[in-house]
Design a protein around this ligand. Structure first.
Ligand code: ASP
Ligand code: MG
Length: 423
C-alpha cells in the first residue's frame, strides 16, 4: 500500500482550498432522515470554504442482507467471489447516490462516484482486495467545479475492469486512503460511537473519552478489541494522516488519532485498557523437546487459517515441555482437534480451555519505563484476579485471565492507573 501517493504524477498536490475527507458509517445513514442528518454536517463543512469528499458505507445492515441473499440463492456452495463483490458494491452505490441526491435537494452541487470512478485501483483479490493506486484527477476535477464529491466506500476496480471489495468494514480504509492521496488536512470518521475511550464504558462508568490517542496505541486498542478497523489506522500511521473519530448523532468532540506528540493532554504513561473477552487456550502437555516443535505444532493451525495469539513455552526439565497458545474462542475446538491430530510433534495430551479473556494496559509512555508491569500485576492480585498468561510489547502489557474476572480487573486497573483523570 505504498503506491498511491501522488499517483497521477503531481496533479494531486494540495490545491488552494483545504480538502477534508469525511466518512459516514452504515448506522449513520440507515434511513432518509439520517442521510439528511449526515448531509447537514457535510454542507456545514462545505460552507466553511473547505473542499469535501465524503465516503459512505452501505445503509444500516444492508451489506449483511446482501450476503444473506447471496447465500440464499447458492445454498451449500459458496457464492462466486467476483459476482459477490459486484453485488456487495451495490450497497455503497445506494447510499452514495442517495447522498448526492440529498445534497442537491438541499441546494448544493454534488456528485457520487463509485470506487472505480473515484480512481481507486486494487489488486484482484475479491473480498479482501488491497488498494494499489488512486488516480485523483477525476476527484480533483469535480472538486474544482465546486462540487461535493460522495465516494462509495469499500470498493475499487481491478486491472481486469472488475469490481472488487476491500473487506468488511473497509469504508474506513477507503476514507483514509483517499485522504492520503488527496493530501487532505485530516480524515474524519463519523459513526455511532462518539470517540475512543480509555476502556469499554460498559465495564466501568469511569471510562473517559480520550481527546487524542497515538496511532500505535490505537492499533493496540483496535487489535485488542476497541471497535475500529485496524487497517485504516495502519494506513493513517504509515502516511501520518490524522484521523478524527466522532459521533454523527451529536456535536460532542470526538477523539483525534494522530502521530505527533500528545499535546492536548498531558502525556500519561498508560492511555487505555483494551479487552478481548473471547479467548480460548490450548495446552499441549508433555511435548518431547527438540528443535522445530513450535513450528511443527503451529504450522498445521496456520494452514487451517487459525490465528494464534499469545504463545507460551515452558523451559523443559525432563526433556519434555508444555506448550500453550491462545486462539479466538470460536476456534478453540477446531484448534484442539488439529493439535491432537498433527503428527509432527510427540506429546502426551492436548487440553483445551475456554472462558478466558485478554486484558491489556496500553500506552507509549510505558516504553522503557520500569514498574508498570509490577503495578499491573499487584493491582490484579489485590482484587484476587489470577493471571494465567502474560505477554508484552513495547507499549503494551497483556494478561490472560478468567473471563468472569474481566470487569473486576478492568475497574481495578482503571483506578490504579488513574485513567479517569486527564493528567
Ligand atoms: N458496508 C461494508 C461492510 O458492512 C463496508 C463498511 O461498512 O465499511 O462491511
Ligand atoms: Mg457496514
Amino acid at each position: 500500500m505504498t503506491g498511491f501517493v501522488n499517483s497521477d504524477g503531481g496533479n494531486s498536490g494540495r490545491g488552494a482550498r483545504p480538502v477534508i475527507v469525511q466518512k459516514y458509517g452504515g448506522s449513520s445513514l440507515a434511513d432518509a432522515g439520517l442521510i439528511h442528518n449526515a448531509a447537514k454536517r457535510i454542507c456545514a463543512r462545505k460552507d466553511d470554504g473547505t473542499d469535501v469528499i465524503a465516503v459512505v458505507s452501505a445503509m444500516g445492515e444492508s451489506t449483511d442482507e446482501l450476503i444473506a441473499l447471496s447465500q440464499a440463492v447458492t445454498g451449500d456452495s459458496a457464492p462466486d467471489p467476483r459476482e459477490l463483490d459486484t453485488l456487495l458494491s451495490t450497497g455503497e452505490l445506494v447510499s452514495s447516490t442517495l447522498m448526492a441526491m440529498t445534497l442537491k435537494a438541499r441546494g448544493y452541487d454534488a456528485i457520487s462516484l463509485s470506487g472505480g470512478q473515484a480512481g481507486i485501483r486494487t489488486d484482484a483479490v475479491h473480498g479482501s482486495a488491497r488498494i494499489a493506486d488512486i488516480k485523483t484527477d477525476r476527484l480533483r476535477r469535480e472538486l474544482d467545479k465546486g462540487r461535493i464529491v460522495i465516494v462509495a466506500g469499500f470498493q475499487g476496480l481491478a486491472d481486469s475492469g472488475d469490481i472488487t471489495t476491500l473487506g468488511r468494514g473497509a469504508s474506513d480504509t477507503t476514507a483514509v486512503a483517499l485522504a492520503v492521496a488527496m493530501q487532505a488536512d485530516r480524515c474524519e470518521i463519523y459513526t455511532d460511537v462518539d470517540g475512543i475511550y480509555t476502556t469499554d464504558p460498559q465495564l466501568t462508568d469511569r471510562a473517559r473519552k480520550l481527546a487524542e490517542i497515538g496511532f500505535l496505541e490505537m492499533l493496540e486498542m483496535a487489535v485488542l478489541g476497541a471497535k475500529m478497523n485496524p487497517r485504516s489506522i495502519e494506513l493513517g500511521y504509515v502516511y501520518n494522516m490524522p484521523i478524527y473519530v466522532a459521533s454523527s448523532f451529536s456535536n460532542e468532540p470526538g477523539t483525534l488519532i494522530h502521530g505527533g506528540e500528545h499535546t492536548m493532554e498531558v502525556r500519561k504513561a498508560v492511555t487505555g485498557i483494551a479487552v478481548d473477552s473471547n479467548v480460548g487456550k490450548i495446552t499441549v502437555r508433555g511435548v518431547k523437546d527438540r528443535p522445530g516443535i513450535a513450528a511443527g505444532l503451529l504450522q498445521p493451525l496456520a494452514d487451517a487459517g487459525i490465528s494464534i495469539d499469545v504463545i507460551l513455552q515452558n523451559t523443559s526439565s525432563d526433556g519434555t515441555t508444555d506448550f500453550t497458545f491462545t486462539v479466538a474462542q470460536v476456534d478453540v475446538d477446531r484448534a484442539a482437534e488439529i493439535a491432537r491430530n498433527q503428527t509432527n510433534v510427540e506429546f502426551e495430551e492436548v487440553v483445551a480451555g475456554s472462558d478466558l479473556a485478554k486484558v491489556s494496559i496500553v500506552g507509549t509512555g510505558m516504553e522503557n519505563a520500569p514498574g508498570y508491569a509490577a503495578r499491573m500485576f499487584s493491582t490484579l492480585a489485590g482484587v484476587g484476579v489470577n493471571i494465567d498468561m502474560i505477554t508484552t510489547s513495547e507499549i503494551r502489557i497483556t494478561t490472560i485471565i478468567a473471563r468472569d474476572q474481566v470487569q473486576n480487573a478492568v475497574r481495578a486497573l482503571h483506578d490504579a492507573f488513574e485513567l479517569e483523570k486527564t493528567e
